[in-house]
Design a protein around this ligand. Structure first.
Ligand code: DSN
Length: 434
């Protein structure tokens, strides 16, 4: 049993994996939070490091036999620090949500007030949604994007300041899951300083672009930064915490829940383990090291630039066809299409595009009148298909196909035609040759 390959040991699971591989090959993947990892990243994930318990940190473990996994974790830590130009990281969070849980555990007490972006305006569940631990355990206040005017769809910094002054949150969070614009970290920092709040950035969506200097850098101004390691960073599914570049200088030692004072990095380490997690996933950490090594290469900057160019091309093509984009365009890898003027819900569009081999997700748009299960929008990202070699012309062609589907939502012949066109475009962009 120990040496039997998966295809003979468990044909059912192997069939599911094969089916997913075929889906990934056959579909245009536009889910903004997804990407395709390299074979090397996948190999590290599927390695014997999954066998190893390694609670603690490299050199300070609660288990014996950690010499090899220490090497892997140190590589991940050193590469991440080089990538983001910071002095401290923790690569152990199992996910972005786990990383965020450690931020809350470090900076807040249950019941404390914090201010974050509303989920229906582009925020994330862990930024205080009432159904998530962040909204259940802590007192979440939300800011939104502007409804009208030249800044429509962009974060309303006047509201951020007004709510900060009114509610005196202990922490302000920046970051989003469906926000196509960059953030004004200086303005957030000034507001946080005015009320003495911690400033936390969740850069899960844009980490790969930030790493290569293609978007503004939150590290100089935020106290703590969290991220996922997949999405635009193109690593394995996982999370990571980083310390702002000036945090230890600025804050010095802060009061820990134990009553003692500690550096923020010590508090965050303790919040990840033993605060939120047990044993780190060493195979995932090794895989993160591989991905960070890839991201350090100059080619990754070329990739990031192309991601943004592709997202902008997609935005322009939608605008030319009379679609309403939240904020009118994009600075990053994603766009949010408001379908209300096209008479199709997000749910219907997701299904319609899916039937033709174009994968997107329905998404609330700001001031949406439909429920989260229906929505009025779709979110589209460029990270995955850019990995697959798509350029601006490919994205324009895909927008044209999407427009054909939305224009004739109940026409099977159109769906079949578009499906054929998708297959034709993808023939020039094969995925994995193993
Ligand atoms: N669910 C992820 C996304 O799609 O943006 C965020 O965790």
């Amino acid at each position: 049993m120990m040496n039997e390959p998966l295809d003979s040991a468990d044909a059912q699971v192997q069939a599911a994996i094969q089916r997913e591989l075929e889906r990934e090959r056959a579909d245009v993947e536009l889910i903004a939070s997804e990407n395709y990892v390299s074979r090397a990243v996948m190999e590290a994930m599927g390695s014997c490091l999954t066998n190893k318990y390694a609670e603690g940190l490299p050199g300070k473990r609660y288990y014996g036999g950690c010499e090899a996994v220490d090497v892997a974790e140190d590589l991940a830590r050193e590469r991440a620090k080089e990538l983001f130009g910071c002095e401290w990281v923790n690569v152990q969070p199992h996910s972005g949500a786990s990383a965020n849980a450690a931020v809350y555990l470090t900076l807040l007490e249950p019941g404390d007030t914090f201010l974050g972006l509303d989920l229906s305006h582009g925020g994330h569940l862990t930024h205080g949604s009432p159904v998530n631990f962040s909204g259940i355990t802590y007192h979440a206040i939300h800011y939104r994007v502007r409804k009208d005017g030249p800044q429509a769809g962009r974060i309303d910094m006047d509201e951020v300041r007004a709510k900060a002054l009114e509610h005196r949150p202990k922490m302000i969070s920046i970051g989003a899951s469906a926000y196509p614009r960059d953030f004004d970290y200086e303005a957030f920092r000034a507001i946080a300083d005015e009320i003495g709040a911690f400033l936390w950035m969740d850069m899960a969506h844009t980490a790969g672009l930030i790493a290569k200097g293609l978007l503004r850098d939150p590290l100089p101004l935020c106290d703590v930064v969290s991220t996922t390691t997949h999405k635009t960073l193109r690593g394995p599914r996982g999370g990571m915490l980083l310390l702002g570049r000036d945090t230890e200088n600025r804050l010095g030692k802060v009061a820990a829940k134990s009553g003692r004072t500690k550096m923020m990095s010590e508090l965050l380490d303790a919040a990840v383990f033993p605060g939120c997690q047990g044993g780190p996933l060493m195979h995932v950490i090794a895989s993160k090291a591989v991905a960070f090594g890839e991201a350090l290469k100059p080619e990754f900057e070329t990739y990031g630039r192309q991601v943004i160019a592709n997202a902008k091309a997609m935005a322009e093509a939608f605008c030319e066809r009379g679609y309403d984009l939240v904020s009118g365009g994009t600075d990053n890898h994603l766009i949010l299409v408001d379908l209300r003027n096209k008479g199709v819900s997000g749910k219907k569009a997701e299904r319609l595009l899916g039937a033709a081999g174009i994968t997107v997700n329905k998404n609330m748009v700001p001031y949406d009148d439909r429920s989260p299960m229906v929505t009025s929008g779709i979110r589209l990202g460029a990270a995955a298909m850019t990995t697959r070699g798509f350029n601006e012309d490919d994205f324009r062609a895909i927008v044209d196909l999407i427009d054909r589907l939305i224009a004739k939502p109940d026409d099977d012949a159109t769906t079949q035609e578009v499906k054929g066109a998708v297959a034709e475009i993808l023939r020039a962009h094969p995925l994995y040759d193993f």
